[in-house]
Every structure is written in structure tokens, then in C-alpha cells.
Design a protein around this ligand. Structure first.
Ligand SMILES: Nc1ncnc2c1ncn2[C@@H]1O[C@H](COP(=O)(O)OP(=O)(O)OP(=O)(O)O)[C@@H](O)[C@H]1O
Ligand SMILES: [Mg+2]
Length: 231
């Protein structure tokens, strides 16, 4: 289980996260939803160790990892797919996967399995990072994380700006990934996409959890509240 307990995060003097407590476990998808600037990406960065916790703690299977480095977290099985995807533009899709796999233990997720999950990526395996479409880049970014064989996969707005047919492919892939045992934290702007695959939800606003619960607890009122927050 990966957990934040009462986490407070600041950027200089501005407090970005207030008392955030969240946890995710094997085969579970936790969705974080909220408007622009709510603090969703900062929560993922707090899980990954990319931002320091001013107060509170981070725990992995009961062990305190509050001050553990990003590299060590990565070796311990936490993988982060950032919103900007960070594909190596001068490498082919295949090379991007090879590089990611090199520094990690082999496991369930091999090159073949990544290509089976995203057949489009195999068709485009010799294309340079720069020539991949947005959807292909997202598949590659997820594939690159999978090939490190993590236990926890953090996805920052993986469907943003993608065509509906590609969104469907990404949703299906995340469902498969979690069914095979991985814990996933999925950030999206609204409930619509996470409702298709997540079990647990947290609505974030102004760096706080303003609601959390199960899918059945998502009411029209809550959705209206979120669209109200979008202005
Ligand atoms: N590196 C930074 N330095 C200073 N302030 C930051 C930094 N990154 C984020 N912030 C601020 O922290 C708050 C939360 O930002 P964050 O990126 O976590 O929100 P978000 O919910 O991911 O938004 P979006 O939907 O736009 O991605 C915002 O007020 C943002 O301006
Ligand atoms: Mg963000």
C-alpha cells in the first residue's frame, strides 16, 4: 500500500496541499479529479517524492519513505507518467522503451506485453519520438513506465486532448493494467473518464480533499459542484 498521511506541501510560501491523506493498494484505481490548479499534479509529485512534504508522511507497505529520493522510489516500484509525457524525441519508440527497461529488474511487463497492450505502438516502433501523435506518445509514456515493472503507476491526465477512440484505448489499457495487479492513481479534470474504471475517488480543490468516496457515491450534485468549480 502506498500512502500519504496528512501531507502539507508548499511552493515557497504558498501552500499547495493541505492535510492530504490518501492511499492506494494492489489492483485498485484511485482517481483524483479537480479543476485547473487544484493541486492534483502536486499530489502525484508528493507520492513520487518530486516535492518535499513540509509536514506529514509518505508510507510504502507500512515503511516510512517520506524523505526517500525519486530514484529510490522508482526502484521500489513507483512509476510516474507526467502530463508532458517526457518522451526522448531523438529516439525511436522502441529505443524509448529499451532505455526505460535497462535500469530496472525484469518482470511481468516485457517489450512484447507492452506491444500487445498497445498494438499501435508496435506498428510505430521505429518512428522517432518527435513524429508520434499525442495518443501514440501517451501509449509510449505508459509503456515506458510499465516496462520498469512498478507496483504503483501514477498517471497525470493521460487522456487530455486525445480523440475519443484513443481515449477508449487508454481506458481499456489502464483497466487491463490494474486487473493484472498494479495499483493506479489516475488524475483527470472531471469524473467522466475515471468513472469508467476507478473504484475510489477524491475531489480536490484549492489543495484540499473536498470529497472522497466510492463510485456509487458520485452524485449529480457532486458533478455539478465540480463543473461549478470549473467556472
Ligand atoms: N513549481 C511550482 N512553483 C510554484 N507554484 C506551483 C508550482 N507548481 C504548481 N504550483 C501551484 O500550485 C497549485 C497546484 O498546482 P498543480 O499543478 O498541482 O494543480 P493541478 O490540479 O495539477 O492543475 P492542472 O489541472 O492545471 O494540471 C497551483 O496554484 C499552481 O499554480
Ligand atoms: Mg496538473
Amino acid at each position: 500500500m502506498l500512502e500519504l498521511r496528512n501531507a502539507n506541501v508548499f511552493y515557497d510560501k504558498a501552500q499547495a496541499l493541505h492535510d492530504i491523506s490518501l492511499q492506494v493498494d494492489t489492483s485498485n484505481v484511485l482517481a483524483l479529479v479537480g479543476r485547473n490548479g487544484a493541486g492534483k499534479s502536486t499530489i502525484l509529485k508528493a507520492f513520487m517524492g518530486q516535492v518535499a512534504l513540509q509536514e506529514g508522511s509518505r508510507q510504502l507497505n507500512g515503511a516510512d519513505i517520506t524523505t526517500t529520493s525519486i530514484d529510490a522510489c522508482s526502484r521500489m516500484g513507483i512509476a510516474f507518467v507526467p502530463e508532458d509525457r517526457q518522451i526522448f524525441p531523438g529516439l525511436t519508440a522502441h529505443e524509448n522503451l529499451l532505455v526505460a527497461g535497462m535500469s530496472h529488474q525484469p518482470g511481468l511487463w516485457t517489450m512484447e506485453r507492452v506491444y500487445a497492450l498497445f498494438p499501435r505502438l508496435q506498428e510505430r516502433s521505429s518512428a522517432l519520438g518527435t513524429s508520434l501523435s499525442g495518443g501514440e506518445q501517451q501509449m509510449l509514456a505508459i509503456g515506458r513506465a510499465l516496462i520498469t515493472n512498478p507496483s504503483y503507476l501514477l498517471l497525470d491526465e493521460p487522456t487530455e486532448g486525445l480523440a475519443p477512440v484513443v481515449v477508449d484505448q487508454i481506458v481499456e489499457a489502464i483497466t487491463t493494467i490494474s486487473q493484472q495487479g498494479m495499483a493506479v492513481i489516475l488524475v483527470e479534470q472531471n469524473f467522466r473518464i475515471p468513472q469508467r474504471l476507478a473504484q475510489h475517488f477524491a475531489l480536490i480543490d484549492s489543495g484540499r480533499i473536498v470529497w472522497s468516496g466510492l463510485r456509487a457515491g458520485i452524485t449529480d450534485e457532486l458533478e455539478n459542484m465540480l463543473s461549478g468549480l470549473h467556472g
